[in-house]
Design a protein around this ligand. Structure first.
Ligand SMILES: [Zn+2]
Length: 220
C-alpha cells in the first residue's frame, strides 16, 4: 500500500474535548488549497494557506490502493455510520478543474474525534494518483471491516439493481430499433411532450411561489 501523509490535516482541538487524557481533533483528509503556488504568499483565505495541494505520485497505483478506493466508495455510499452533508456549489478538482461534487462525509471515531473528507476524494486517488494518508486508510479499512456484512449486502443489492437496469435499457433499445418510421416518430414526439411537461411548473405552483393561496410562501 502506498501512502502520503501530506494529504491529512487536523482541525484545532475542540473546546468540548470529551476526555482529559487525549485531545479530540477533527481529522480532515483531502482538503486542498486552491492554488499550488508558494503557501507563504497570499491566498483567498488564511485557512487555505495551511492546506496541502494534491500531488500525484509517480508510477501506477498498487493493487492495494485500487482495492482501498473501491472500499472507500462502498463505505461512502452504503455505510449508515457515515453522514453526508450536501453544500451549495461545486468544488472543482484542483488538478484537472472538473466539477468534483459538493458534499462532505463525516463519521465519529471511538476517541471522540471526527473524521471528515470531501465527496470526490476518490477522484484524486483514482484519476490523479494522489495517495491517501496512512491514518485515513486505517480508519476507512476499520469502518469497512466492522460493517463488512452490511456493506457486502449493499454491494450485492446495487449490482443487482444495475444489472436489472442495464437489461431494461437493452430491451428498450431493441424495442426502439424495431419500430417503423411512423411508430418511432410518434414515440419521439410523446417523449418530447412529456419532457416539456416535466420542465413546465404548474400554474398553481407558480402562484404558490408568488405567495398565492395554498403556495409555499402563503401565510395567514
Ligand atoms: Zn481531476
Amino acid at each position: 500500500m502506498q501512502y502520503s501523509n501530506q494529504n491529512i490535516s487536523f482541525g484545532t482541538c475542540r473546546s468540548t474535548c470529551r476526555t482529559n487524557q487525549s485531545k479530540v481533533f477533527t481529522i480532515r483528509e483531502g482538503y486542498w488549497r486552491k492554488s499550488s503556488c508558494d503557501p507563504t504568499k497570499k491566498f483567498e483565505t488564511d485557512e487555505e494557506s495551511n492546506l496541502p495541494f494534491p500531488v500525484s505520485s509517480t508510477g501506477p497505483l498498487s493493487d492495494e490502493n485500487k482495492a482501498f478506493i473501491q472500499k472507500l466508495k462502498v463505505v461512502e455510499d452504503g455505510c449508515d455510520k457515515i453522514a453526508r452533508s450536501d453544500y451549495m456549489g461545486i468544488s472543482p478538482c484542483r488538478i484537472c478543474k472538473k466539477h468534483n461534487h459538493c458534499a462532505e462525509f463525516s463519521t465519529a471515531l471511538d476517541d471522540g474525534s471526527d473524521l471528515v473528507w470531501p465527496a470526490g476524494l476518490s477522484h484524486y486517488y483514482e484519476d490523479h494518483n494522489v495517495l491517501p494518508s496512512r491514518l485515513f486508510v486505517e480508519h476507512i479499512e476499520r469502518i469497512y471491516k466492522e460493517n463488512e456484512k452490511e456493506l457486502l449486502a449493499f454491494v450485492k443489492r446495487r449490482q443487482k439493481a444495475r444489472t436489472e437496469r442495464a437489461q431494461k435499457d437493452a430491451a428498450h433499445m431493441l424495442w426502439y430499433a424495431n419500430l417503423n418510421t411512423q411508430e418511432r416518430a410518434r414515440f419521439d414526439e410523446e417523449q418530447r411532450q412529456k419532457s416539456h411537461t416535466r420542465r413546465m411548473p404548474s400554474a398553481q405552483y407558480m402562484l404558490g411561489l408568488m405567495g398565492g393561496i395554498g403556495g409555499p410562501l402563503y401565510t395567514t
